[in-house]
Design a protein around this ligand. Structure first.
Ligand code: UDX
Length: 452
């Protein structure tokens, strides 16, 4: 099938490349010249495991093309819109890129083409875009909403093996075309769910907000573990073995970040407000996450007797999660800003996100290192911010030797408590039980409790 994908961000680029990989003839369109040229040369502008290999193969096999113009739309059966829908200041999803793409699509459409919205868009957007396109074309066309659920860092795998495919549509013939398009990806029996466009739009926000809520829930329980002496790892196992709860998305950390959860939570709250409704749970999810981004700061401040002036704090990882170079809404931004405002400097190491972080922060108080141990030289504390695999089993004696001060603040709960304490570190984490008799300086929230 001939496909055009508009927008080569995470969703557009991965979708287009994977559609080519399963045999479709795909043209990806983007307005940014440098990006298109880079992609034509088989180089990915984003770090995503496995993507560049697929890019190169499908370009070579002439199933995947990149272009700055919209000509390919005229010969495409399906046109996927995967442009960004960022938050405005009020938290509303900004649809200006979608509108501009819709007008270009309308000008080039062929009869009976299917326009598929893949961007995450508020309920009602499909109808809104249909009207815009209709005003700019005399051709008959069809609208579909097909939200994408891929995760950064495992995007190719997620796209190729989706838990489900959601297709919002109006006509049965259109459903058939979409079924044919996705057939190779659902061979294992994972369902294609057909529904109204409104339900498809809502499903995407409901899924992301529910997942964000799970994270805020476990972060709040982790804080309570800190205050009571319960251990979040034990508690997580205790609850996740209940089939109704399940094991996923119950890892406490420095708060969720990335390009989706923060923006989608805001956008759903905005939609609710527009309908005169309050979404109390989603509101609380956002509030809890805002506090979580700097939760570890209180532990750091207390440890240094509320005096961070002149201290150097080293971060391991700045990406919003492992396996990505994306730093959008990463908690490392918020923690670094807070530390710097209190007079500290931030050193950091990240295997792939360093350049993005440096160019976003533009702050002389931040220094990037190309080795995880080098970034500890002359530093007063180590803080883990991203769960990169290479941080899982570090050489603790090397860490101790490099740091001015043997203290670790583990905001991803990466390390084995006993091991860290036996090495002679002071150790602080998120909701983990840490025997204070072994911490040289007992400074946790639950300072004085003794576990029986
Ligand atoms: C998310 C959705 O998972 C995906 O379906 C949607 O298409 C886009 O948004 P993504 O933003 O790539 O994907 O990352 P995800 O793996 O969901 O993690 C989001 C944030 O939550 C990260 O900051 C991560 O560190 C955090 N997280 C995740 C936790 O803190 N604890 C968990 O248990 C899981």
């Amino acid at each position: 099938m001939k496909i055009t994908v508009i927008g080569t961000g995470y969703v557009g680029l991965v979708s287009g490349t994977c559609f080519a990989e399963i045999g479709h003839d795909v043209t990806c369109v983007d307005i940014v010249k440098e990006k298109v040229e880079m992609l034509q040369g088989g180089k990915s502008p984003i770090y995503e495991p496995g993507l560049e290999e697929l890019l190169k193969r499908n370009i070579k096999d002439e199933r995947l093309h990149f272009s700055q113009n919209y000509e390919s739309i005229a010969s495409s059966k399906c046109i996927f819109l995967a442009v960004g829908t960022p938050s405005t200041d009020e938290g509303k999803a900004d649809l200006k890129y979608l509108e501009a793409a819709g007008v270009e699509v309308a000008k080039n459409l062929s009869e009976d083409a299917i326009v598929v919205i893949k961007s995450t868009v508020p309920v009602g957007t499909n109808k809104w875009l249909k009207d815009i396109i209709a005003k700019n074309t005399s051709k008959r066309f069809h609208m579909v909403n097909n939200p994408e659920f891929l995760k950064e860092g495992s995007a190719v795998e997620d796209f190729m093996r989706p838990d489900r495919v959601i297709i919002g549509h109006e006509e049965d013939e259109v459903a058939q075309v979409m079924e044919e398009l996705y057939a190779p990806l659902v061979k294992q029996g994972n369902p294609i769910l057909f529904m109204s466009n409104l339900s498809a739009e809502m499903s995407k926000y409901a899924a992301n907000c529910f997942l964000a809520t799970k994270i805020s829930f476990i972060n709040e329980i982790a804080r309570l573990c800190d205050s009571t002496g319960a251990d979040i790892n034990e508690v997580r196992k205790g609850i996740s073995t209940d089939k109704r709860i399940g094991p996923h998305f119950l890892y406490p950390g420095p708060g969720y970040g990335g390009s989706c959860f923060p923006k989608d939570v805001k956008a759903l709250l905005y939609t609710a407000k527009e309908h005169g409704q309050e979404l109390e749970i989603v509101e609380a999810t956002e509030r809890v996450n805002d506090a979580q981004k700097t939760y570890i700061l209180n532990k750091i401040s207390r440890y240094f007797n509320n005096d961070l002036k002149g201290k150097v704090i080293s971060f391991w990882g700045v990406a919003f999660k492992a396996n990505t170079d994306d730093i959008r809404e990463t908690s490392a931004i918020y923690l670094a800003k807070e530390l710097i405002s209190k007079g500290a400097k931030v050193y950091f190491y990240d295997p792939v996100a360093a350049n993005n972080f440096m160019s976003f922060m533009k702050d002389d108080n931040i220094k990037s290192f190309s080795n995880k141990y080098d970034c500890l030289n002359g530093s007063d504390a180590l803080v883990t911010m991203t769960e990169w695999r290479e941080f899982s089993f570090p050489d603790f004696s090397e860490i101790k030797q490099r740091l001015n001060n043997p203290v670790i603040f583990d905001s991803r709960n990466l390390f084995d408590t006993q091991k860290v304490l036996m090495e002679g570190f002071d150790y602080f984490a998120i909701g983990k039980f840490i025997p204070q008799s072994l911490n040289k300086m007992a400074h946790t929230d639950s300072e004085s409790f003794v576990r029986n």
